[in-house]
Design a protein around this ligand. Structure first.
Ligand code: G3P
Ligand code: CA
Length: 362
């Protein structure tokens, strides 16, 4: 289009006004949008052995919005805060109870009483045999240094609630019910036990600062539609999303355990279904991006979920471990991508201090 010289000021005026409108809209949008939630993943696990009370206290001092607890059951029905149903990659169980492994060579938390579990020493996560001493994260706290123990969910809630009282903050809890399928197979109802414990500590409704999470869609629907109504509870739920190949959940098929298929969750109908029982999704961070060799962008999943009213809390952001192949290893650039461009609603991180600092400085 040719612009007549006499009409040039008119077009420049239109251009200026449209730019001012865009600037105003961006400013208003940014002002209305709350900061993303900082979720301390297994505590300050980048600095101290995961899920120890020491790691949770250190995380608390970093002022996250929530502190995460992964939950499994002991033989005598106590909720233990630990990530795996196995004890052998973070404790000395193979040394203290060498005869208590199952046929697969693993030591299961559910085979031990709380009294026995309290005899174990906890360390940074290691790989392979206890004698091999190969740390999972070489730059983190030294293996077997100092003295750490397993703790119960009750002990951890009392720590966080106690600090909320003594320091005056309101930091929430973000428990994950681990492997309901496994606990059911062992004759245990871990979801019910978790809700009972939460109720005992006052987490009964949405006024309390809590999200309850699980990788198990069927169990979350049972919690939403059966357990919580029966217990007069109403807590926000988060559907965690795994890759099928990880084997995060197993189902019986033809007499065998096979991997549950997660593919439906990230499809349009899947997200819609999730929005019927959950308040948010917790996907692996890489599920939210499309990575080419020299560029990386959001793939639209975050916006689609948010349009359905779902919060998006991806995992796991690690200053010493996050890698986006071929694109960046720099933690600040990764946070800028997910926080400023993709605009997630919360982040699970092993380094809550670094994520909090990024949010405050941006
Ligand atoms: O629960 C969010 C995140 O922790 C999921 O991964 O395996 O560390 O529990 P995982
Ligand atoms: Ca977890």
């Amino acid at each position: 289009m040719q612009i007549n010289a006499t009409r040039l000021p008119f077009f420049l005026g239109i251009l200026l006004i449209s730019q001012l409108i865009a600037l105003y809209a961006n400013t208003v949008f940014a002002a209305q949008r709350p900061d993303p939630l900082v979720i301390a993943h297994r505590g300050a696990s980048g600095y101290l052995p995961e899920h120890t009370l020491e790691s949770k206290a250190l995380a608390y001092g970093m002022r996250p919005d929530y502190i995460e607890q992964d939950l499994v059951l002991s033989r005598d029905g106590h909720l233990i805060v630990m990530h795996d149903i196995h004890l052998d990659q973070v404790t000395d169980v193979a040394r203290i109870f060498p005869d208590r492994a199952r046929e697969d060579g693993r030591f299961y938390t559910i085979d031990f009483t709380l009294r026995e579990l309290k005899q174990l020493r906890v360390t940074e996560a290691f790989e392979g045999d206890i004698k091999a001493l190969t740390p999972k994260y070489p730059k983190r706290f030294p293996l077997w240094a100092s003295s750490f123990q397993l703790s119960t969910f009750a002990e951890e809630i009392e720590l966080i609630q106690g600090l909320n009282k003594s320091l005056g903050y309101n930091i929430g809890i973000y428990p994950e019910i681990k492997s309901p399928w496994f606990h059911h197979a062992e004759g245990q109802d871990i979801a019910r036990r978790t809700l009972e414990q939460l109720k005992a500590y006052g987490y009964t409704n949405r006024d309390k600062k809590i999200f309850l999470q699980s990788f198990d869609a069927e169990e979350l629907q049972r919690i939403k539609n059966e357990l919580m109504p029966a217990m007069d509870m109403d807590l926000p739920l988060v559907q965690l999303v795994a890759a099928t190949s990880w084997g995060e959940k197993k189902v019986r098929q033809g007499g065998h355990w096979v991997n549950y298929n997660y593919d439906w969750m990230l499809e349009a109908n899947g997200l819609e279904k999730i929005s019927g029982y959950a308040d948010g999704i917790g996907p692996w961070a890489m599920m939210l991006v499309t990575a080419e060799t020299d560029t990386i962008e959001g793939n639209g999943l975050t916006r689609r979920a948010q349009a359905l009213g779902l919060q998006v809390h991806p995992y796991t952001f690690r200053a010493d471990g996050q890698r986006i192949p071929g694109v960046t290893h720099e933690f600040g650039a990764i946070l800028a991508l997910f926080i400023s461009r993709i605009k997630v609603d919360g982040l699970f991180t092993d380094h809550p201090d670094k994520v909090r600092a990024f949010i405050e400085q941006r």
